[in-house]
Design a binder for this molecule. Structure first.
Ligand code: S3P
Length: 176
């Protein structure tokens, strides 16, 4: 089937561990778009890791850098842009997302997120005694922002291939 891509970019939002990077990488190559991960650009810009930025400069500083990177990246087109799980909390970021393309939010149940991230150590917000409670709290406080996406895809019970197929089916005729 011939695809009709009607938008400038695809912006992937959603919580940590929902599959933005793995799905985004595949999606970009299937669509012939460039893949961009804003967390990677933040680390390159700051010449250090996200964990170090949080530890040395704090979350508000990180959010300022994140907003600047998002503004810069989304001046370009033909990209699949994977955004950090907390990027949606800033009004200005959500506005930039909407103006720059189709916003696709990947979701997963808290238990699934926990299983996927429990052996990882690079996410400062989840380096807490009770990561499961933190996941639930953050998901609840961010739900109103994630729900503003143009498309919402639950990846809880899906393989990367299945999630990819669903996104491509829905994205093919989407307009924004
Ligand atoms: C964050 C998610 C992370 C990263 C940072 C903060 C969040 O990105 O931006 O650790 O606030 O949810 P991923 O969602 O790509 O892990």
């Amino acid at each position: 089937m011939r695809s009709r891509i009607m938008f400038k970019n695809i912006i992937l939002t959603g919580f940590m561990g929902v599959g933005k990077t793995s799905i985004g990488t595949r999606l970009s190559s299937d669509l012939g778009f460039i893949f961009v991960d804003t967390d990677e650009l933040i680390e390159a810009d700051q010449k250090t890791t996200i964990a170090e930025i949080f530890a040395q400069k704090g979350e508000p500083y990180f959010r300022d850098v994140e907003a600047r990177i998002i503004r810069t990246v989304l001046k370009n087109e033909n990209q699949v842009v994977s955004t950090g799980g907390g990027a949606v909390i800033r009004d200005e970021n959500r506005k930039v997302f909407k103006e720059a393309g189709l916003v696709v939010c990947l979701m997963a149940r808290p238990e699934v997120i926990f299983e996927r991230i429990k052996h990882e150590t690079h996410r400062p917000l989840l380096r807490v005694p009770d990561p499961m409670a933190k996941i639930r709290d953050l998901l609840e406080s961010r739900a109103k922002f994630y729900s503003q996406a143009d498309l919402i895809i639950d990846t809880s019970e899906k393989s990367i291939d299945e999630a990819l197929r669903e996104i491509k089916d829905k994205v093919r005729y989407a307009r924004c």
